[in-house]
Design a protein around this ligand. Structure first.
Ligand code: C2E
Ligand code: MG
Ligand code: MG
Ligand code: MG
Length: 282
């Protein structure tokens, strides 16, 4: 039986890989076109400080709406851009656009707001990364202390010595660093104390079951005490429900980001939200 079906199976198997590869090539081609035609854009999700519920930072998130009007999620197209090296020019554009948006926010009367920008390891290990970073700050006139870079534990693929050198260079400019999706990588607890970072972002998978799984709550509790021991700020991302929110406050987490408080917004909507905050406080 196995023998007689063998060939058919191989054909079907390689056939499906072929389709997938073709689909990825098509998507990458479309992405390159969209980037060249300036069709990518950023949205901004507020990060809140508790208990004041004050917005202190906004995370820039990349959006791509294709010609059919469908949103392609960044989790789908960023890995493609990384594999093709497209993330390098794209990352420079993201940084510049995010800083330009921050300038608009500051000029609208909110000069203390910071911006957090996601950077991929592929982008950071490029030799021009630091000089591009300096150039973008210089050209927009943004104080480096208003910029935070969100990295993930994947950054360790560039080797621990290189990472430390790079992160120290970034930090010496006054830029802050956050570890994103914390708890999903493998190196987390072992090396976290050696990294020159300012903030840990607890991955949303931990927050999701905070209400219904006691072991998740224990893990979050552990991460909060770890951050406290290391004098790091800790932010919970992906907070969707009031009970998750209440539980996080109970556990001592003071920085919250998630749909419960605000979805990612266009720049104008974000500024309106900031203005509303001021109005409400009066
Ligand atoms: P991330 O940096 O961890 O971003 C958080 C993701 O969670 C965002 O998804 C955001 O829209 C989503 N989110 C926020 N609040 C909630 C919530 O309450 N519930 C749920 N379920 N989700 C929430 P998004 O925008 O689809 O981005 C996905 C990932 O793509 C990001 O994860 C980041 O790793 C990557 N990414 C996005 N923009 C960029 C970028 O400009 N550069 C790079 N290198 N990566 C980016
Ligand atoms: Mg992020
Ligand atoms: Mg994250
Ligand atoms: Mg992520």
């Amino acid at each position: 039986r196995a023998k007689s079906e063998g060939i058919g199976q191989i054909v079907r198997y390689s056939g499906s890989i072929g389709t997938e590869t073709r689909e990825r090539i098509r998507l990458l081609h479309e992405l390159k076109g969209a980037f060249a035609a300036h069709k990518l854009f950023l949205v901004f999700q507020p990060q809140y400080m508790m208990p004041e519920r004050k917005i202190f930072c906004c995370e820039a998130l990349l959006r791509w709406k294709n010609d059919e009007g469908e949103f392609i999620p960044p989790d789908t197209f960023i890995p493609l851009a990384e594999q093709a090296g497209l993330i390098v020019p794209m990352g420079i554009w993201i940084l510049r656009s995010a800083l330009a948006a921050l300038k608009t926010i500051h000029q609208a009367g909110f000069p203390d707001i910071k911006i957090a920008v996601n950077v991929s390891a592929v982008q950071m290990r490029h030799q021009d990364f630091l000089s591009e970073l300096d150039l973008a700050l210089e050209e927009t006139g943004i104080d480096p202390r208003h910029l935070e870079l969100e990295i993930t534990e994947f950054i360790s693929i560039i080797g621990i010595d290189n990472v430390l050198h790079l992160l120290n260079e970034i930090r010496s400019r006054g830029i802050s660093l956050a570890i994103d999706d914390f708890g999903t990588g493998y190196s987390s607890l072992a090396s976290i104390d050696k990294w020159p970072i300012h903030r840990i972002k607890i991955d949303k998978s931990f927050i999701k079951h905070l209400d219904d799984a006691e072991e998740k709550a224990r893990l979050v509790d552990l991460l909060i005490s770890l951050a406290d021991r290391l004098s790091l700020n800790i932010l919970a991302e992906g907070v969707e429900t009031q009970s998750q929110f209440d539980r996080l406050l109970e556990l001592g987490c003071q920085e919250i980001q998630g749909f419960l408080l605000s979805t990612p917004l266009g720049l104008e909507d974000l500024i309106r939200l900031l203005q509303k905050g001021v109005a409400d406080a009066c």
